[in-house]
Design a protein around this ligand. Structure first.
Ligand code: PLP
Length: 410
């Protein structure tokens, strides 16, 4: 008799997004003429830029030609893309990253979910709260979480609450953590660690023998000078941090899939006998066994993001989204609300007034303004009382949404 991995049963049903969709659909059926503005999506809406699609067309033609056809590529990614990443992301920031420290993949979601496999099952895990749910769920599935208690916390996970009191920047873990997941700029709060704050984390990790798993999917959205585009801008971070970056939000690759993970050669953890083992070697082993590379066409598309045209176009798209972020932030404030984020990330973290639960606020917004967003409680217990709006929508619709809120008051 086959038995399941019962850790999966520890995960509560992911009813949140299904429940949001159900409520919106029910509202639409009851009010077929309603002009609903969707501000809940964590996905880009602007198309790929022409530098990217041109590169894809060219690569597709190569694949249809006997002389230039390619089969399996290197699991770690093609040299041309790794070189472009080193130049575009690291040399440009005066960071030395070598070729074999970069692993091209088909998404940061799978990388941040899979990375825990190379660590011991008894590793202690610290996770910001609220945050992108993948870090927690992947550790629950692996069996590191213990049971879920009534307050919504897993017993063995160290939560790092990110609240108004600490400007939504997680404080150091309350006890030793082997692995520390940090997402900056943060999804969902939009908060970004300053260079000094990031340095404090690196110092902490080096002192405490922790490894930082640094998800920087939104680094292209950073507008402020004192926020780092890579954790390796902090000296010695390559001794304590793995960095995850993605083309998804940077260049609209959510549908075509490309990302990369940096595992520095200087980074190691210990085996049972206390010997040092390079994490780079383990991740390489893991990827070459369980992953077979990103398609050639997609990697050519990603390479084009770093071309002069590509960088210019990408910047324009990001400005479009960040203008929306400003419209939302200013609009909510003008309407008398407290709102955060939206400066270095396409997310606005809206404080819900009058102690209304974030899930109930969904109904209020839908009924009163025909606006959809995401209840903060979906990102962790500390997200309760907040609501996430995203800047990925259409500018006119975004303005219209804010007009509704300003006019309607609360
Ligand atoms: C969108 C997002 C990603 C990107 O995931 P992909 O699999 O590369 O599309 C990673 N981390 C966070 C926090 C995100 O919001």
């Amino acid at each position: 008799m086959a038995k399941i991995n019962s850790n999966y049963l520890l995960l509560p049903n992911s009813y949140l997004f299904a429940e949001i969709a159900r409520k919106v659909n029910a509202y639409m059926q009851a009010n077929p003429k309603a002009d609903i503005i969707k501000m809940g999506i964590g996905d880009v809406t602007m198309p790929l830029t022409s530098a990217v699609t041109c590169a894809m067309e060219k690569a597709a033609k190569e694949m249809g030609n006997k002389e230039t056809f390619r089969g399996y590529g290197p699991e770690q990614g093609y040299d041309f893309l790794i070189d472009a990443v080193i130049k575009g992301e690291y040399k440009s920031r005066n960071i030395d990253i070598s070729h074999d420290e970069i692993f091209i993949s088909d998404g940061s979601k799978c990388d941040v979910a899979n990375i825990q496999e190379i660590f011991d099952i008894n590793s202690t895990i610290a996770i910001a709260d609220p945050v992108y749910p993948v870090y927690l769920d992947s550790n629950v599935m692996a069996g590191r979480s213990g049971a879920l208690n009534n307050n919504g916390y897993f017993e063995k996970i160290i939560y790092m609450p990110s609240t108004k009191e600490n400007n939504f920047k997680p404080s150091f873990p309350s006890r030793h953590a082997d692995l520390i997941y940090i997402c900056s700029p943060n999804n969902p709060t939009g908060a970004a660690l300053t260079k000094d704050e990031l340095k404090a984390w690196v110092d902490y990790a080096l002192e405490n023998n922790s490894i930082i798993l640094y998800d920087s999917a939104y680094s292209a959205y950073i507008q402020e000078e004192n926020v780092c585009g890579s954790i390796y801008e902090i000296s010695e971070a390559c001794k304590c941090a793995i960095e995850f970056k993605s083309f998804s939000k940077t260049a609209g690759f959510t549908g075509i899939r490309c990302a990369f993970t940096v595992v520095p050669k200087e980074l190691y953890a210990f085996d049972d006998k206390g010997n040092k083992v390079e994490l780079n070697r383990l991740w390489n082993r893991r990827q070459t066994t369980k992953f077979n590379g990103v398609s050639y066409v997609t990697q050519r598309a990603a390479e084009a993001v770093y071309s002069i045209e590509g960088m210019k176009e990408t910047k324009e798209v990001i400005s479009y989204y960040m203008d929306n972020a400003k419209i939302i932030l200013d609009g909510l404030k003008q309407a008398g609300f407290e709102a955060y984020g939206g400066v270095n990330a396409p997310y606005i973290w809206w404080k819900i007034p009058n102690n209304i639960k974030s899930f109930d606020f969904l109904d209020i917004l839908l009924n009163k303004y025909q606006i959809v967003g995401t209840p903060g409680s979906g990102f962790g217990p500390s997200g309760e009382g907040y609501f996430r709006l995203t800047a990925f929508g259409n500018k006119e619709k975004t303005k219209e949404a804010m007009q509704r809120i300003i006019k309607g008051g609360f």
